[in-house]
Design a protein. Structure first.
Length: 160
């Protein structure tokens, strides 16, 4: 299997693999990970998942533990993941507090601490409490409130 992976990587990036290794992901912590080379089981710690590991801004692709990645050497002591075989999460954060995350089969969209799921929940709750004025006074709550609650449950399957 190791030889097949190397063969496919060579087909993608060419034969110059002297500074590139196929590795297995051992652990992930924020914007860095620890990997182990497939060829000779050498462990590398602090492998970058993004250019600047000092903050959480930008795009971070979190590889699945145990999956294979292509690790490229930057200089004597620094490496980064350049290709992923499997991922657990993708996060994008800008400098203004906007964030998009895809993780565990769900999408999260936030601006600061307020997210799109929270907005949908508030909207559906407000619809469920809707009353209108009639000739004999206010109406009761909507008769299809259960349908709105079902929509809320379905949104929870997609958004976090």
């Amino acid at each position: 299997m190791k030889d097949n992976i190397r063969k496919y990587i060579r087909q993608i990036v060419g034969d110059d693999l002297q500074n590139t290794e196929v590795c297995r992901v051992v652990s992930v912590d924020g914007a860095i990970c620890t990997v182990e080379t497939v060829a000779d089981e050498i462990e590398y710690t602090g492998v970058r998942l993004k250019a600047n590991t000092q903050d959480d801004k930008g795009i971070i692709i979190k590889p699945k533990i145990g999956s294979y990645v292509l690790v490229t050497q930057i200089d004597e002591a620094n490496y980064f993941v350049s290709f992923f075989s499997e991922i657990d999460a993708i996060t994008f954060k800008d400098t203004q507090g906007f964030e998009i995350t895809v993780e565990n089969g769900k999408l999260s969209v936030k601006n600061g601490s307020y997210g799109i799921k929270q907005a949908f929940d508030e909207l559906i709750d407000a619809i469920g409490k809707l009353t209108v004025t009639t000739g004999t006074g206010p109406s009761g709550t909507p008769i299809n409130r259960a349908e709105f609650n079902a929509v809320k449950q379905n949104i929870s399957k997609l958004l976090s």
